[in-house]
Ligand binder design. Structure first.
Ligand code: ATP
Length: 270
């Protein structure tokens, strides 16, 4: 594993054993601003190892903003400012000394719209390997393994050198997931990964998510409540920048604690 930090700051405060041993990521008192807009407010949330955590809530409630903070994608937005701590393996991922390139390898992200490079299927997968100096002799095995894990190998094994843009939308999205897997992440962030796909392609991506949690931790933003209830172990409901409620998915949908959650899941707003 590439070192996630340049060792200079004292992180002992973050190395205390966690209350819940299975938490892989612990967000504490996270606030995210875009200029004056306070988009995520005082959020604290544990993300457990090998779970699928769904983030739901009406448009603009801060789901994607929080998701992007986990692998520091908000760094790319000049007006964005993030405070609080995101503890991961004894480090605060929000601190200045985190190696963001190594972090994004370890915590990969797949976006709403599939974004393959306009290159061959094979090149899409080896691009990151080259960047991270993975030995060339390992590439073929990693390509095959990643495509198998992303349930795409059988569909593309005879056309690895064709353009990725010749794949269907659903195949392109699975290719983007495979591209993330090639870098051997621990956590995968999915931002509405199936919202641009037809029902059959959506079902394949959902099956894949369930398969992935055997080896990875998955955090998925979705507008689709059926999807959240089909695939996730826990669901977090966001409203107006706040985390209103997080619980086991079946409990949250069957017996929500908060009225706002109940109103949202019963379609009364959003
Ligand atoms: N790049 C950005 N620059 C400035 N403001 C942003 C940016 N992205 C999001 N915001 C603002 O932050 C708030 C939260 O947006 P965010 O996209 O996180 O919500 P969301 O719950 O993911 O919404 P959706 O479900 O529509 O994607 C909104 O007020 C939005 O306008």
């Amino acid at each position: 594993m590439t070192a996630l930090t340049v060792p200079k700051k004292d992180t002992t405060a973050l190395k205390q054993p966690s209350k819940q041993a299975e938490a892989i990521l612990q967000a504490k008192d996270i606030n995210i601003y875009y200029g004056e807009n306070h988009a995520v407010k005082q959020l604290s949330l544990d993300i457990n190892k090998n779970e699928i955590l769904a983030l739901i809530g009406p448009s603009g409630c801060g789901k994607s903003t929080f998701l992007r903070s986990i692998n520091r994608m908000n760094d790319l937005i000049p007006s964005a400012r993030v405070t609080g701590t995101l503890a991961y393996e004894g480090l605060n991922l929000l601190s200045d000394d985190v190696n963001v390139v190594a972090l994004r390898k370890e915590i990969g992200m797949v976006f709403q719209k599939a974004n393959p490079f306009p290159k061959s299927i094979y090149e899409n997968l080896v691009h990151g390997l080259r960047f991270h100096n993975v030995k060339k002799k390992e590439w073929a095995d990693i390509v095959e393994d990643s495509l198998k894990r992303a349930a795409l190998w059988d569909e593309v094994k005879d056309r690895l050198h064709e353009s990725a843009l010749s794949l269907s939308g659903g195949q392109q999205q699975r290719l983007c997931i495979a591209r993330t897997l090639a870098l051997k992440p621990e956590v995968i962030l999915l931002d509405e990964p199936a919202s641009a796909l037809d029902p059959i392609a959506t079902a394949k991506v959902e099956e894949l998510m369930v398969e992935l949690k055997k080896n990875y931790t998955v955090v998925v933003v979705t507008h689709n409540m059926q999807q959240a209830s089909r695939v996730s172990d826990r669901t977090a409901f966001f409203y107006n920048g706040e985390l209103i409620e997080v619980n086991k998915t079946d409990v949250l949908f069957r017996n929500p604690e908060k009225k706002q959650t109940e109103d949202y899941i019963s379609g009364r707003f959003g």
